[in-house]
Write a protein that binds this ligand. Structure first.
Ligand code: SF4
Length: 275
């Protein structure tokens, strides 16, 4: 069974050709220094939270990065329920049955295996809460995140793999890097999304449509390029490979641009040098 994560669904939805490049041809573009440091910060923060949830010592890791320690302390203050593994309602009569950091779930969906990894999931007989730590410098718009495949897939899989109804589920994103959260910049911000039966059915239909399409594309070995009108190609890392580079694009000059251009070279696109 082919695993399908939120990243697979997002790319497939945006551009099947890009999905093919990234997941079948294993191509990738260069990342900037800023992207690398943000990714590193993010993975260290996730590790720190996982250690904390397992009651393992976190002092060494947090001492090594004062900003991260401050972010974790601010999150503990803003969201104590996260650290206590209690439901957000704080209702003491509500029995906690399960909570786990970096919790992985899979769900068979036709010939595919929907796969999610929750940063933290807290389940009781009354509700299921998914928590996700976001470490970008600039949080995305709330409406964008609500429709993002991560939100939709994470809630869908939890609903299908527990006895809870959609209305008993929620997903909360915490933007943990200080400075991200308006208005003071001193507290982490959050978005919390509820769920409904109508959203669950819509996600099911969309998943069915997308996976049916993926099956057809695999059978025909044809992953079409996205329509130019969607405006995704100008800034896509693969636009040279797709012959979709903007006509007015200047020749690459910065190391980043040169790396990007080099990463897209193919045997067909390199001009032969006569000897
Ligand atoms: S350049 Fe356009 S068609 Fe090609 S992979 Fe990127 S988004 Fe898809």
């Amino acid at each position: 069974m082919l695993p399908l994560s939120q990243s697979h669904l997002t790319l497939l939805d945006a551009c099947p050709r890009k999905y093919q490049y990234v997941f079948f041809d294993a191509l990738s573009g260069p990342s900037t220094y800023e992207q690398q440091t943000t990714a590193q910060w993010g993975s260290q923060f996730h590790l720190l939270m996982q250690q904390r949830s397992l009651d393992l010592p976190v002092e060494l890791l947090s001492q090594a990065n004062a900003e991260m320690a401050a972010s974790m302390a601010a999150l503990a203050k803003a969201a104590p329920e996260v650290f206590e593994h209690l439901p957000a309602s704080g209702d003491p009569s509500e029995a906690l049955t399960f909570s786990q950091s970096e919790h992985r779930r899979t769900l068979a969906f036709g010939r595919y295996l929907l796969t999610v990894v929750y940063d933290l999931v807290v389940l009781s007989s009354q509700q299921g809460q998914i928590f996700d730590w976001k470490t970008h410098q600039h949080p995305p718009r709330q409406s964008w995140l609500q429709n993002d495949w991560q939100t939709r897939l994470y809630l869908y899989v939890l609903c299908e793999t527990t006895a809870l109804s959609p209305e008993q589920l929620s997903m909360t994103y915490w933007f943990v890097r200080l400075g991200d959260a308006p208005p003071s910049g001193q507290e982490p911000g959050f978005y919390r999304f509820g769920y409904s039966a109508a959203q669950h059915q819509q996600t099911q239909r969309d998943l069915q449509q997308l996976t049916d399409r993926l099956t057809r594309m695999q059978q025909q070995a044809d992953f079409p390029k996205v329509a130019i009108e969607k405006g995704l190609c100008d800034r896509c890392l693969f636009n040279v490979r797709c012959d979709r580079a903007p006509a007015s694009a200047p020749s690459p000059s910065s190391p980043q641009q040169l790396l990007q251009a080099a990463s897209q070279l193919t045997a067909d696109s390199v001009e032969e040098i006569p000897l």
